[in-house]
Design a binder for this molecule. Structure first.
Ligand code: ATP
Ligand code: MG
Ligand code: MG
Ligand code: MG
Length: 459
């Protein structure tokens, strides 16, 4: 115990000084000057980051590089920098809530996937060059998982005692996926290494599997509603995954690579690749079709027994007999969604975040150094402490822009570009009695002057 005490004493004695401004007796203040975030890059600087063969192909890629959200590592691979990781962790939290609300259980499967699993389904060859293949030191072949139908079905097949009473079984994970895309581009929208949420479901009958399918589709709709994204659910092709029924969740924006046909009359909607010709009239009601482009942010498949029959993934049915599981699989592009929200919500110059995903909720800007406003600087610090004490949900969500060598105007421009939902400035009126802070509500476009109490109430 004494040794431990010494040890912990030494550890707590290690203060990475200057990392946080500490006010005595108060919590830590997060300050922008200490954030790892290459900022304010010009377009040509951003382009040079992408390397000689690189190109800026869309708004989200340009903005994410400019404000230091991502940094190119190699073709189609990006370092996710701290702000992006925060946004992604928030997104994963919302995804977890939605998946667990319908009974989903989270697993995590290896990225290294043995070739024999893929040979069993013939996908070792049929997936073509998209599969990233490698050998270990013994010459054994693997691929880096682009999706996990094989792995999960083999896992379920290995369970000797799965009973109908345990079904439906909904297993999901959020992991890195690898696909050697022929043309990686559009930043996080189409990477060669990216994060996906993939869920796999096991049911005792086709009817039960259909119900599970609708349940997951509803959870996807609820997720996109909560993020404030107006996605459309369209009929889709089953592609290399296979199965008998499939839908995509598409975010209609211009940079999208998919072509969609939507009928406002009867609600019919489809990915154009599922339609034989390029029809002008709705195949369901003959009404006029609207054509738009979309980003595929999610994809659901009803698989039937396509995989369970190959691997013998069985459960014991009501009659005590082995029976093949009816499967579904459901993907969400996690890193793609982060870029897609920027495509949908940002202007050419300013990022806007859905409130649930903003890396930080509040940015406080203190006055420029050297001016007579040192008292206002102190006021900003106190406001910081008041906010984080009075609004527990905002602990760890408030950032102080302490780069006081820059004017308020310059820092406001940065904050505006970055898209913190709330930017609070301690300008001249902060020294009046009562002090008023200038508050920019970025998601509504309002600017208001509020007292400290007013700010707390607003937040
Ligand atoms: P796409 O048509 O855009 O190539 P896909 O149909 O090949 O996508 P799925 O196999 O359906 O993709 O994978 C499920 C989800 O994973 C997709 O809906 C998408 O959101 C995401 N995704 C697929 N490929 C990529 C990629 N290269 N980069 C980022 N996200 C991706
Ligand atoms: Mg693809
Ligand atoms: Mg697709
Ligand atoms: Mg797809």
């Amino acid at each position: 115990l004494p040794a431990l005490a010494t040890c912990s004493h030494q550890l707590s004695g290690y203060v990475p000084h200057r990392f946080h401004h500490r006010a005595p007796g108060r919590g830590k203040r997060l300050v922008l000057s200490r954030m790892f975030q290459p900022q304010n890059l010009r377009e040509d600087q951003v382009l040079s980051l992408e390397g000689r063969s690189g190109e800026l192909t869309c708004k989200s890629q340009r903005l994410m590089l400019q404000v230091g959200l991502i940094h190119p590592a190699s073709s189609g691979c990006y370092h996710l920098l701290p702000y992006t990781v925060r946004a992604m962790e928030k997104l994963v939290r919302v995804i977890d809530q939605e998946m667990q609300a319908i009974g989903g259980q989270k697993v995590n499967m290896p990225s290294l996937s043995p070739a024999e699993l893929w040979r069993a389904t013939s996908r070792w060859d049929s997936m073509g060059k998209e599969l990233l293949k490698l050998r270990d030191r013994h010459g054994k072949e693997y691929c880096l998982g682009p999706t996990h139908e094989e792995a999960i079905t083999a896992l379920i097949a290995s369970q000797q005692t799965l009973s109908y009473r345990q079904l439906p079984l909904l297993l999901y994970q959020v992991t890195r996926k690898f696909r050697d895309e022929p043309r990686p581009r559009f930043g996080l929208l189409r990477g060669r290494e990216f994060y996906m949420k993939d869920m796999y479901t096991f049911d005792s009958s086709p009817e039960a599997a259909q119900q599970t399918y609708s349940l997951v589709c509803d959870a996807y709709s609820s997720l996109f509603d909560r993020l404030g994204l107006q996605c459309v659910k369209v009929q889709a092709d089953v592609g290399s995954i296979g199965g008998t029924m499939s839908h995509e969740f598409q975010l209609p924006v211009d940079v999208g690579e998919d072509r969609l046909a939507v009928c406002s009359g009867c609600g019919f909607s489809a990915n154009m690749e599922t339609l034989d010709l390029s029809p002008t009239n709705c195949p369901a009601c003959q009404g006029p079709l609207t054509k738009t482009k979309g980003i595929e942010v999610g994809h659901t498949f009803y698989l039937g027994t396509k995989y369970s029959s190959i691997f013998s993934a069985q459960f014991t049915n009501v009659h005590g007999k082995p029976s093949l599981a009816e499967m579904g699989c459901y993907g969400l592009g996690v890193t793609r969604i982060l870029a897609a929200v920027i495509e949908a919500l940002a202007t050419e110059d300013c990022i806007r975040w859905p409130g649930l995903l903003a890396p930080y909720q509040v940015c406080l800007i203190s006055p420029k150094k050297g001016s007579k406003e040192e008292a206002a600087t102190e006021l900003t610090g106190h406001l910081y402490d008041h906010i984080t004490e009075a609004v527990p949900q905002l602990r760890g969500e408030v950032l102080l822009d302490d780069r006081t060598h820059l004017t308020i105007g310059n820092r406001l421009k940065d904050a505006n570009k970055f898209g913190y939902p709330f930017v609070i400035i301690a300008g001249k009126r902060a020294l009046d009695d009562p002090a008023h802070f200038e508050v920019w509500c970025q998601n509504t476009g309002e600017v208001v002057f509020l007292t400290r109490e007013g700010v707390l109430e607003l937040l």
